[in-house]
Design a protein around this ligand. Structure first.
Ligand code: ADP
Length: 228
């Protein structure tokens, strides 16, 4: 039997920065594969290239070489509009800081990506409310980000990331800004959502306890992605 197509693959990905004439090599022939439903922790020290890896995998940055393959579709030859469409439909992103729009409510923030995709407001609102309820934050739906705690803001950001039912969730230290008890609570909700929806997730974290709860752990070593 043929193995199922991974939802995300990095193939010999290169990524380097020019820093005042000095070449900084971050990814150097990096290979990675994420299976459907798999939850993988990316554990590496600050500055190792976790954000670079996630941004490249999430089609926010183009690699200098190699390919990113989403659901079997090679993205290296695609134009920006095609990459944006794949990112919008297939990939959800959560950052360390919530990046919610301050002038909109929690509900509106979760509706937004759905409206951008063309859903009508009633449908978007209904799904947004379901997701907020699932993240146990439905009671705060009408509040703006500034009226929410850090843990609540991150739960809204997670709901927003999955609003368009992506295949892949990429998260860059989603609980890195929270105290340990809140981090654990937010991660519980994130994990339940991923497990229940069959999403695949690559989650950068410094927290070894949270990393231990995922299916697999990887790190960055000399520009490559290796088991940890
Ligand atoms: P991490 O997320 O693991 O902290 P990053 O991917 O943010 O690591 O950064 C990896 C390295 O690349 C760091 O040394 C950082 O200073 C450098 N870097 C990141 N982005 C840029 C950029 N746009 N230009 C130059 N150097 C960068």
């Amino acid at each position: 039997m043929m193995a199922p197509t991974p939802v995300l693959e990095l193939k010999a990905v290169e990524r380097r920065y020019d820093e005042g004439g000095r070449k900084l090599v971050i990814l150097d022939g990096a290979d990675f594969s994420l299976a459907r439903g798999e939850m993988v922790a990316l554990v590496a020290p600050s500055g190792a290239g976790k954000s670079t890896l996630l941004h490249t995998a999430g089609l926010l940055e183009r690699p200098d070489g190699g390919d990113v393959v989403v659901s079997g579709r090679s993205c290296s030859g695609l134009c920006d509009d095609e990459r944006t469409a794949i990112r919008r439909n297939e990939i959800g992103f959560v950052y360390q800081f919530h990046h919610l729009l301050p002038e909109f409510t929690a509900l509106e923030n979760v509706m937004m990506p759905q409206l951008v995709r063309g859903l009508d407001a009633a449908q978007a609102s209904q799904r947004a409310m379901q997701l907020l309820d699932y993240m146990k934050i439905g009671a705060r739906a009408e509040h703006r980000p500034s009226e929410l705690s850090g843990g609540e803001q991150q739960r809204v950001a997670i709901a927003r990331a999955v609003a368009n039912a992506p295949l892949i969730l990429l998260a860059d230290e989603p609980t890195g800004n929270l105290d340990p008890a809140t981090a654990s609570y937010v991660f519980d909700a994130l994990e339940a959502l991923v497990r229940q929806s069959g999403l695949s997730a690559l989650i950068a974290t410094h927290n070894h306890e949270l990393a231990a709860r995922m299916d697999r752990r990887v790190t960055l070593a000399e520009g490559k992605i290796v088991d940890f």
